[in-house]
Design a protein. Structure first.
Lengths: 408, 408
């Protein structure tokens, strides 16, 4: 009997009818001869309703109490899914985060999974039960309730799969899998049968928001193979797994884009040790997530530092930089630029193939798209372009690497 | 610093505004120099809404999952009350049933408190925090979620007061205290400053639904003195405590009534050993709660057994009795009677005063009320009367014992 973990998000359990559909799918998987552990989120809307009440009570609610409040959402959905399964004759049992032995650390509302004690889940499985586990929640070593933040239910599913040594972990969602590019932009984008953890991580950090990076990192760390697939149909999805040699035949796995980027450029800073550290430190203290970072020396002998970030962080970044810049040099200047988007081409095959950047830049040049900043990793080339041209850019690069064609 | 436990019911926390009022009252108690542990129920309506969903999913939902589902109601209210307190500058913390160390036994949805491990609550108190504890819930020794059934939050408050050796336990409710009789019926009914556990138990089982019997029994067992008082004003309420000698000066503490009673009389049963056992056994198997039970021998030499019960149980009782009666004797007959009410006069002083029954029967006779069945305990005399006359009966007995007057 295979052990299958299935994760269902808030939309999938958003109404009582959808809960019945989820239960029917779990039952079907069970009837095919598998042991099933379903990890479910709160019914969509429930969490927001609870947060709204908290904000009416308190302008600045403490995160400890938000966790106590919000974690009731998943506790309700596991009971309802278990009841729906029981109504269909399945011997199901709900399991809270605490009962699942999910031990967490870190801050309230942003807990990290430290460890899982699966003994109660294992005991239920040994009794032949189907488990319905609350996603998104756990407890601290001293027994306080923690939620895991955005994408927390994916993380729960992967951690539970690791702890129970599950054969399969399915992340059931509203997309069919991971595509070579967003199919709403690139019509001939193709669903990938498989992708490596590292590629998935680069895609996630480049705007393909199928999953949060930390869930993929957790899966990579514990070697959990998972499949991203649709909760609405039975089509196979995309397997995410450790890379294997045949994967290197593909130079570029996919292209992802990220809009609403802003660039900050600082000029006129003396090229001396510690300068970059001061600047990056100020931005870090202001909790601004930088994306691309490019530095070099301009013809005037001064250093030139450029960063990209989400445009919503721009004002905060300027405020944080101003005092530091003034202190460092009277020549220093801050230039800003918005209306920028980022395009990333990702693939582990890049390591063993040359000429990738050239193909990409040529393709963009042929459709008259100007490249701004460039940044590369071992398995990614990212460029900034004018936001108005990002879709053309995506199509041009997708075509140049023939991503619509099944590789041999 | 005194330790005060305050219990607030679902109506008291039924809206966000009421939650703020509850928080203000807790803060006031705190500001008066006390350590406060508030035990709160779910916001009124929340539990019913959850049960409604469960019944839409399943015709016959399992009680285990109902407990998982319904216990989220209190978890939400403790977080919201704690947030409201924090917004007022009080260092408050929410505590779930599990965190409060409330260990339970018995069936799901009807758990009984086995034990309390107050170590986390004590640690929070030692840190100077104000506690907001979830009523109505606990966990079994193997970590499953239990709810405590009707009146469960009162039980939680009393158990927490016992475990923390609280100085005061206040049951804040929508009545001002315990009255000599229902003030809606007897206009000059008087609020009692104090009542003994045993009297309170007799009142509770005689229709005065201020509290469930088992909460009073628990308080009696652990010697927890509690006060029933209004959550809407600061008037002193009624202290419920172990009897003391001066309490015996009062012959009758109060009068309570219970409507919608039915009587079943069985005639024509041979007066032989084991007959009553067979009859009562059949009713017990059918889970019918009998109230008064009167048996004697009629002039024809046959036994005559009469019972009262709530009239909603009558049909079930008849169905359960029919096969037994037929088997016991061909002469046996079942007579039924509805439209009956019960009046009880309760007081520990009865033990040391004679003539109580005579006074009561005379008072009823003077207003032309016929007495049906009579049953007595050491501290109670109960009679059945025609339901249409129950209010007159209550006023007559209340007057006869001069319950409107403060005893000397």
């Amino acid at each position: 009997m295979a052990i299958i973990v299935q994760k269902y998000g808030g939309t999938s359990v958003g109404t009582l009818d959808r809960i019945r559909n989820v239960a029917a799918r779990i039952k079907r998987t069970r009837d095919e001869g598998n042991q099933v552990i379903a990890v479910v989120s709160a019914m969509s809307g429930v969490t927001d309703g609870l947060l709204k009440m908290a904000r009416e009570i308190s302008e600045n609610p403490t995160e400890r109490e938000l966790d106590v409040l919000v974690s009731t959402g998943e506790q309700q959905s596991i009971a309802l899914v278990a009841l729906a399964l029981q109504e269909m004759g399945v011997d199901a049992v709900s399991v809270t985060g605490r009962q699942a032995g999910i031990l967490t650390t870190g801050s309230h509302t942003r807990g990290r999974i430290l460890n899982i004690d699966p003994s109660l889940m294992q005991a239920f499985l040994d009794q032949g039960k189907t488990l319905v586990v609350a996603g998104f929640q756990g407890i601290t070593p001293d027994g306080m309730i923690h939620t895991l933040g955005r994408g927390g239910s994916d993380l729960t599913a992967i951690a539970v799969a690791a702890a129970l040594k599950a054969d399969v972990c399915q992340i059931l969602t509203d997309v069919d899998g991971v595509y070579t590019c967003d199919p709403r932009i690139v019509k001939n984008a193709r669903k990938l049968p498989e992708i490596s953890y590292d590629e998935m991580l680069e895609m996630a950090s480049s705007g393909s928001k199928v999953m949060q990076s930390r869930s993929v990192e957790f899966a990579k760390k514990f070697g959990v193979i998972f499949e991203v697939r649709s909760s609405l149909n039975d089509n196979p999805g995309t397997l995410v797994l450790e890379e294997h040699t045949s994967m290197e035949n593909v130079v570029i796995r996919g292209v992802s884009i990220e809009r609403s980027q802003a660039r900050v450029t600082i000029t006129g800073i003396p090229d001396a040790p510690g300068m970059s550290g001061r600047i990056l430190g100020a931005l870090g203290d202001a909790e601004i997530n930088l994306d691309m970072i490019v530095s070099n020396i301009a013809h005037d002998g001064f250093a030139r530092h450029s960063f990209t970030m989400h445009s919503s962080d721009l004002a905060k970044a300027q405020a944080a930089l101003k005092p530091v810049i003034t202190e460092l040099s009277s020549n220093a200047r801050i230039e800003t630029d918005v209306g920028i988007a980022k395009l990333s081409a990702v693939g582990i095959g890049m390591r063993s193939h040359s000429g990738v950047a050239a193909t990409m830049f040529k393709a963009l040049g042929e459709v008259g798209i100007n490249i701004g900043m460039i940044s590369t990793s071992e398995i990614k080339i990212a460029v900034t372009v004018d936001e108005t041209r990002i879709e053309d850019a995506a199509r041009a690069v997708h075509d140049a690497f023939q991503l619509d064609k099944q590789p041999i």
